[in-house]
Write a protein that binds this ligand. Structure first.
Ligand SMILES: Cc1cc2nc3c(=O)[nH]c(=O)nc-3n(C[C@H](O)[C@H](O)[C@H](O)COP(=O)(O)O)c2cc1C
Length: 342
């Protein structure tokens, strides 16, 4: 690809300054996804793991599997906690320290009703005193660095603005802001004006997160917020795994891309076949990937319908093989919006 001088310089600038994080997407970006993605694609600098619930009972086995020490050697993996309980934080921190991790993330943004009703995730944002009391207890005792992932609020955009001066008092590693309300989940627009206000108030380094679905949306945000150097991408990468590389000016040609998608899917299928009991579970998990990934193909919607209707894993595999055999074209431009993922 021939890159003009000016454009080339701009890409070099982005390469050296933009750090890209893969957002945690529960049920998709699990440990297999992160490592397989990292082996095949490029552009992502850091992976935030989907949250673990650190109950006093149960869940420990899963947590240990997902956060094994060696997982942190190949990629920069940031484990995430969803909790409002100081003892759970200290227990999590101790486990991570023993496993060789140096950082974790606190999920203060999860919008799921069953989570927010328990004053966890975005459900804690309307309670600044509780957040402050927790930080007072946690921060002097933890060994890892802690970052926080937040929304603008649960119901009102001024909730985060009230919480920020509290966060400012503590040595938090960074703040990841998704500029929507909890009650919006992923519907409607991101509120960039409210994000701008948060930027003015926050003293910590801020990571922008939300609706970066193509190069154009990234560039527009970069232009509007030149002070932001760290970006978190979720559904945009799941739909187009080449997006981080494109942002960093390392695009591939189309035949290579098809090959990479096929290898990615084959590796994901192999790890699910090994890990899960029975083809129905494997099929479910792979369909969760295609829910996003089908967007990368020009005729992806039809493929996704066919795969969903397959019902049996053998039929699914045959349909996918047939699709690949037609050398399906990839989309030039992914013109997607948040509603495409609801
Ligand atoms: C199905 C799904 C699961 C998610 N799971 C998590 C999670 O475990 N932890 C978290 O902090 N955010 C989670 N998120 C939110 C994403 O990390 C991210 O903030 C959100 O998708 C907005 O970014 P995007 O527009 O780049 O996708 C989830 C989002 C979706 C759609």
């Amino acid at each position: 690809m021939c890159i003009g001088n000016e454009f080339g310089k701009r890409l070099d600038y982005m390469k050296s300054t933009s750090q890209l994080y893969l957002a945690p997407i529960q049920g998709v970006t699990n440990e297999g996804y992160q490592t397989i993605y990292h082996d095949l694609f490029s552009g992502i600098d850091c992976y935030v793991a989907p949250f673990v619930k650190v109950g006093m009972q149960g869940k420990r086995k899963n947590r240990k599997k997902a956060l094994l020490p060696e997982r942190n050697e190949k990629i920069r993996l940031i484990p995430q906690i969803l909790s409002n309980n100081v003892a759970e934080f200290l227990q999590f921190d101790q486990y991570l320290q023993d496993a060789g991790y140096q950082e974790f993330n606190w999920n203060l943004g999860c919008p799921m009703r069953m989570v927010t009703l328990k004053k966890r995730g975005a459900g804690l944002l309307p309670y600044p005193e509780q957040i402050e009391a927790m930080l007072d207890h946690i921060m002097p005792k933890i060994h890892c660095q802690m970052s926080v992932k937040v929304r603008l609020g649960l119901k009102h955009a001024d909730e985060l603005l009230t919480v920020l001066p509290i966060l400012n008092r503590f040595p938090i590693q960074m703040l990841i802001i998704h500029p929507r309300l909890g009650q919006q989940a992923y519907a409607g627009q991101v509120d960039l004006q409210a994000f701008e206000e948060c930027l003015r108030t926050a003293k910590h380094s801020v990571v922008y997160n939300g609706d970066i679905f193509n190069l154009e949306s990234f560039r527009a945000l970069q232009k509007r917020f030149p002070q932001i150097k760290h970006w978190m991408l979720g559904r945009g990468v799941l739909a187009n795994p080449f997006l981080p590389a494109q942002i960093k000016g390392e695009d591939k040609d189309k035949s290579e891309k098809l090959e990479m998608i096929m290898r990615f899917h084959a590796a994901m299928a192999a790890q699910y076949e090994e890990k899960l009991s029975g083809p129905a579970h494997v099929l479910d998990k792979l369909l969760a990937i295609w829910f996003y990934l089908h967007h990368v193909f020009a005729d992806g919607a039809a493929l996704y319908r066919q795969l969903k209707k397959a019902k049996k894993y053998e039929v699914y595999k045959a349909r996918l093989d047939h699709f690949y055999s037609t050398t399906p074209p990839l989309r030039e431009h992914l013109n997607i919006v948040s509603e495409d993922f609801i």
